[in-house]
Design a protein around this ligand. Structure first.
Ligand SMILES: NC(=O)c1ccc[n+]([C@@H]2O[C@H](COP(=O)([O-])OP(=O)(O)OC[C@H]3O[C@@H](n4cnc5c(N)ncnc54)[C@H](OP(=O)(O)O)[C@@H]3O)[C@@H](O)[C@H]2O)c1
Length: 279
């Protein structure tokens, strides 16, 4: 496994399991497969409604808790002080753990998420971060982070938080003209220059991505996959990882879980890199 160093000195596995959309027994099974295969990073959220299933998988595994990195998120409408404290408690109860490794704000407090969910409780960032610092102080959380933050908001968060902002989890994959939400590599640069690790969601341009997997249909990816003896999905994941991102592809399939972690044994040629950069 490759690791990415976080602010504060600890490391996070560079490949993890995304779990949005995995529920109940399917979720428990996917996490158990993932842990057996070698995944040590599991990404979840209060909003995914699957933390109890993940908790069951963790309890049934013989892997020590200290070797597993759990990343989770406080929902946008709970970012007021008491809301964070309460939801963090619910998260620990659902997962049946004493602490999580990374706690993120799922979205900025005023985010309009594809206009389907209007914000109901807009909260100053200072108040949110005060609560995040408190759960950190109490030992319930080992690292603090944000998600879906642009440069400006990230900078504000870094200024307001006493504890470093270790991670910004953002929508990031190879360019795909159908997806309008993919963040730019310049956001990655900004994060990395200020010691904030980037965690790439929708790294396959699939799942929640508006591209709905069109990226994986690219003939350029298929050609490179053929040359490397890999799949198009593995090419997309390797590219995102090579940008310095921690990647969290979601899968409920044992075959895909194995493929998604099996990307460390090849490198792109210069020509292949140029082709990927041209997408
Ligand atoms: N912070 C946020 O706001 C936010 C937003 C969205 C997502 N996330 C996180 O990021 C994770 C990943 O994002 P995502 O699930 O939306 O998108 P994704 O990982 O890009 O795509 C997941 C989809 O790709 C398929 N897939 C997985 N491995 C594959 C492979 N090797 N070959 C072909 N298809 C494959 C999966 O199907 P199978 O299950 O059949 O393999 C699933 O339909 C989420 O699960 C969640 O943890 C965070």
């Amino acid at each position: 496994m490759r690791y990415v160093k976080l602010a504060g000195g600890e490391s996070c596995p560079a490949i993890g399991l995304g779990t949005a959309g995995l529920l109940e027994d399917n979720c428990e099974q996917a996490v158990r497969w993932a842990l057996d295969i070698g995944y040590r990073l599991i990404d979840t959220a209060w909003a995914y409604k699957n933390q109890s299933s993940i908790g069951r998988a963790l309890r049934k595994s013989s892997i020590p808790r200290s070797e597993i990195f759990i990343s989770t998120k406080i929902w946008r409408d709970n970012l007021n002080y008491d809301g964070v404290i309460e939801q963090c408690g619910q998260i620990l109860n659902q997962l049946q753990v004493d602490y999580v490794d990374l706690l993120l704000t799922h979205w900025p407090s005023d985010a309009h998420i594809r206009a389907r969910h209007e914000p109901t409780n807009i909260t100053p960032l200072e108040e949110t971060l005060s609560a995040f610092n408190e759960v950190y102080r109490q030992g319930k959380v080992r690292h603090l982070g944000v998600s879906n933050y642009d440069q400006d908001l990230l900078h504000q968060a870094q200024t307001l938080s006493k504890v470093p902002i270790s991670v910004n989890q953002v929508h990031f994959h190879l360019p795909d003209s159908i997806c309008t939400e993919n963040v730019s590599t310049s956001l990655l640069d900004t994060c990395q220059k200020s010691n904030v690790a980037v965690m790439a969601y929708c790294p396959l341009g699939s799942g929640w991505c508006p591209g709905k997997g069109s990226l994986l249909q690219s003939p350029i990816l298929a050609g490179i996959a053929n040359q490397q003896g890999k799949t198009s999905a593995q090419i997309a994941l390797k590219w995102a990882m090579n940008q310095g991102a921690i990647i969290i592809p979601k899968s409920g399939s044992e075959v895909h879980l194995r493929q998604n972690i099996d990307i460390l044994d090849f490198e792109f040629t210069t020509e292949q890199m140029q082709l990927l950069d041209s997408l």
